[in-house]
Design a protein around this ligand. Structure first.
Ligand code: 5GP
Ligand code: ZN
Length: 116
């Protein structure tokens, strides 16, 4: 359930460096290398699924674990009360570029409607 050629599997394994802000048995969360907001963290499952749809089909409880992990990240980043946005980019029209499911957490100030 991991792919040695996948960037986010490699970050989860510690083979590629990242600024990890939260981890638990199910997920790892790290800062996006190209942030679109003052707080921009990616929450990824430890297991490899290409996108949120594949993940939801195979393991819906893991989707819940990602949202729970995001809540912990928000608390750690101090944006739990000010608010934050969660985004799954899924497939080409959404601009998905990394094909290991990931949840964007954006916050730290007023957000525009899109992250483009
Ligand atoms: P997507 O467009 O697939 O939803 O988002 C992928 C995200 O991964 C992008 O926001 C991009 O900046 C981020 N990203 C790509 N490569 C790396 C990397 O090597 N390290 C980190 N921390 N983030 C990355
Ligand atoms: Zn992967």
């Amino acid at each position: 359930m991991t792919d040695p050629d996948c960037l986010f599997c490699r970050i989860v394994a510690g083979a590629v460096p990242a600024t990890i802000v939260y981890s638990d048995a199910d997920v790892v969360a790290f800062r996006d290398i190209n942030p679109h907001a003052p707080v921009h963290v990616l929450v990824v499952p430890r297991l490899h699924y290409a996108d949120a749809a594949a993940l939801a089909a195979a393991d819906p409880a893991l989707v819940g674990a990602m949202v729970s992990g995001a809540r912990s990240v928000a608390a750690g980043e101090g944006v739990e009360k000010s608010g934050y946005r969660l985004i799954f980019n899924t497939g080409p029209d959404a601009g998905q570029t990394v094909f290991h499911a990931h949840l964007h957490l954006l916050g730290g100030g007023p957000l525009r409607l899109t992250m483009a």
